[in-house]
Write a protein that binds this ligand. Structure first.
Ligand code: ATP
Length: 319
């Protein structure tokens, strides 16, 4: 294989740039030509394709977002859209494609592979909701952004003796809420994977208050429900002054942590190795700090497992 392409797709995640850099440099290291496709699958359909050089990825390892931009493409979900994409790749003589994104992007990668165009997936999404990898690129940075916010909110929570509800991202996956809750010392953590007893949340808050606690933090994953709704219900049930913060899109941005840069560099380089070895329809991942790869089809048929031991631990530590 002499010419390959790379694109980022779906929601952006900090560390995508470090992954692009790794793909570009590793490809050039192996004497391949590497093409960047802008705006995800939509850009692929439109032929927004440019050759990249070593210098194209200079000074981006520390930047959030994605140099190649990202987009959602409804057209690419159709057979005709996928065929247009393949035609564009062939026009440039590109023989394989590395797709950096989440599970939706991997469905696209799988479709291209089934149509005879080899693709390799690199998991990048802040939600950490992909099966077959312990971590996705961007999760650690988003987690650290949340922790910074929680620490700041703690200061004001203590000064005013308030209960704070912090709503974080995670529609179907609770990893961000769970890890942030545990590392932020939250009283309760609400995640989609675990039904929480409302009475238990209220009891914990009341017990803490009676013990003389100056503040309480509750972390809610957006998939469980609105932080504002929980805030109202909790204030009503406890009579404690309650405030709500929805962190929103700040969780997506920022300079990637060292951990995300390392992960992105390792996974990006591994993806190039796989494509060079003639593999297709596979996703690279990390398990117990070792690089692994598996069929995208298997990844898509399973659910990422949240660590329930950690959830139980958070309960034990916030009695
Ligand atoms: P995130 O987890 O951050 O949302 P994602 O990769 O899951 O990232 P999606 O919007 O679900 O984000 O998918 C990105 C793009 O992948 C879609 O806009 C679409 O172009 C393509 N895609 C998604 N599902 C399919 C599918 N079934 N067939 C072909 N392409 C798809």
């Amino acid at each position: 294989m002499k010419k390959i392409g790379v694109l980022t797709s779906g929601g952006d995640a900090p560390g995508m740039n470090a992954a692009i850099r790794a793909v570009v440099r590793k490809a050039i290291y192996h004497n391949m030509e590497i093409f960047g496709i802008k705006n995800g699958f939509q850009g692929l359909i439109e032929g927004n394709i440019k050759k990249m050089e070593l210098g194209s990825v200079g000074d981006i390892i520390q930047r959030g977002g994605t140099l190649l931009r990202s987009a959602r493409s409804a057209e690419f979900k159709t057979d005709a859209g996928q065929q247009k994409g393949i035609d564009q790749l062939k026009k440039h003589g590109i023989e394989g494609l590395i797709i950096i994104g989440g599970d939706g992007s991997f469905r696209g990668a799988q479709k291209l592979t089934e149509k005879g165009f080899p693709c390799i997936g690199v998991p990048a999404t802040i939600d950490n909701d992909i099966a077959g990898t312990d971590f996705t690129i961007g999760f650690d940075t988003a987690l650290n952004t949340i922790i910074e916010a929680i620490d700041k909110i703690r200061d004001t929570a203590t000064s005013h003796e308030r209960t704070y509800i912090i709503e974080v991202m995670g529609r179907d996956a609770g990893d961000l809420a769970l890890w942030a809750g545990l590392s932020g010392g939250a009283e309760s953590i609400l995640i989609p994977e675990k039904q929480e007893d409302f009475e238990d949340i209220v009891d914990r808050l009341k017990r803490g208050h009676e013990r003389g606690k100056k503040h309480s933090i509750i972390v809610v994953a957006e998939g469980v429900g609105s932080g504002f709704d929980y805030g109202e219900r909790i204030q009503e049930a406890t009579d404690l002054e309650t405030r709500v913060t929805v962190l929103g899109y700040i969780q997506r941005g920022g300079s990637p942590t060292a951990s995300d840069r390392v992960l992105a560099s390792r996974l990006g380089a591994k993806a190039v190795d796989l494509i060079l070895a003639g593999e297709a329809g596979r996703m690279v991942g990390i398990q117990q700090n070792s690089l692994v790869d598996q069929k995208i089809l298997d990844v898509l048929s399973k659910e990422h497992q949240t660590n329930i031991d950690m959830y139980n631990l958070s309960k034990e530590l916030s009695i």
